[in-house]
Design a binder for this molecule. Structure first.
Ligand code: IPM
Ligand code: MN
Length: 366
């Protein structure tokens, strides 16, 4: 019997409620496939600040280090909003986790079922078949982590702040390989986004991606787009893309734009894959919903658990190599939602389901 060893970090707000659903779905699939779950839960984010004085305590890092993957909820909330930016749960938990496990490859599917197209600001008229694209974002380089990064006082009462955007060719190559593999497994179209008309890092990015695709996957259709144009194109006609691929900060902005175009944050999952391999020889990864902690509905059992469940499916796919089980979960979510079970974010006028109703519908279709 195979064992799935992972860390569970539910976090704040709706995190624990939707995590419970994901764990119940995982238990069900494990029982069916004769697998065993071996997970340890640990505090992260605001609750970790309250309980341990740090958004990412050493004890939580230890739990993650002994696991093959991390299933993450969401962090932050009004209670911690007045902390200095560096200490806020989102930044103080996520950025060090990305660094600690070299989580360089962020994969965010932008998936919207045709049945839910009205939830998108583009409405059914513009996207009659829904949306099916994916965004690959570099996650441990660029301006987020480049040094120097500092603020200093200047003579004459002025102040200087610096962030540094840095990319090494090797960093671009390894994320290009993830983008190439993703495009190969889908529609074979890769659009690399940069700002090569202005930035040195983008000139290197464009050149490296071009070389890499020519050497490794000449069958792919590779295009390049400036980031300002990509932002416009995404809002105009998202399905013109298949795999959208970019560096850290452009990816932060574009993937969130993609998320809002896809209607509800409650439906979107993400994977952040590490450079290292886990004990199974698969990529170590962190899996989290695209949405936040939704403080307004936290504790009311109203949140849409689909994004958390779909994140668990991505964990099975990438960190455990269980493609069939991952697809089974994705299909079960699809069947539940298409069958009419709708939490408030995707209900538009129809009867509103609770988190629990959604769980039962997913389990029933499994
Ligand atoms: C995200 C978030 C993070 C980022 C923040 C919270 C540090 O916006 O995962 O997209 O900017 O990467
Ligand atoms: Mn973001």
């Amino acid at each position: 019997m195979s064992t799935l060893k992972f860390a569970v970090l539910p976090g704040d707000g709706i995190g624990p409620e939707v995590m419970e659903v994901a764990l119940n779905v995982l238990s069900t699939i494990a029982a069916k496939e004769n697998m065993q779950l071996d997970y340890k839960t640990a505090d992260v984010g605001g609750i970790a600040i309250d309980n341990h004085g740090s958004a990412l305590p050493d004890s939580t890092l230890e739990v993650c280090k002994t696991a093959d993957a991390i299933l993450f909820g969401s962090v932050g909330g009004p209670k911690w909003e007045n902390l200095p930016p560096k200490e806020q749960p989102e930044r103080a938990a996520l950025l060090p986790l990305r660094k600690a496990f070299s989580l360089f490859a962020n994969i965010r599917p932008g998936l919207l079922y045709a049945e839910l197209a009205e939830a998108s600001p583009l409405k059914t008229e513009r996207i009659p078949n829904g949306i099916d694209i994916v965004c690959i974002r570099e996650l441990t380089g660029g301006i987020y982590f480049g040094q120097p990064k500092e603020t200093k006082d200047l003579e004459g009462d002025d102040i200087l702040a610096i962030d540094t955007m840095i990319y090494k060719k090797s960093e671009i190559e390894r994320i290009a390989d993830v983008a190439i593999a993703t495009a190969k497994s889908r529609g074979k179209r890769l659009c690399s986004v940069d700002k090569a008309n202005v930035l040195e890092t983008s000139v290197l990015w464009r050149q490296t991606v071009t070389e890499r695709v020519a050497a490794k996957a000449p069958e792919l259709e590779l295009t390049h787009m400036y980031v300002d144009n990509a932002a416009m194109q995404l809002a105009r006609d998202p399905n013109q893309f298949d795999v959208l691929f970019t560096e850290n900060m452009f990816g932060d902005i574009l993937s969130d734009e993609m998320a809002v175009i896809c209607g509800s944050l409650g439906m979107l999952a993400s994977a952040s894959l590490g450079a290292g391999k886990n004990s199974l020889g698969k990529p170590f990864g962190l899996y989290e919903p695209a949405g936040g902690t939704a403080p307004d509905i936290a504790g009311k059992i109203l949140a849409n658990p689909c994004a958390q469940v779909l994140s668990a499916a991505l964990m099975l796919r990438y960190s455990f190599g269980l493609e069939e089980a991952a697809t089974a979960i994705e299909k079960a979510v699809e069947t539940a939602v298409k069958g009419g079970t709708r939490t408030s974010d995707i209900a538009f006028g129809s009867e509103v389901a609770s988190t629990k109703d959604m769980e039962l519908a997913i389990l029933a279709s499994l």
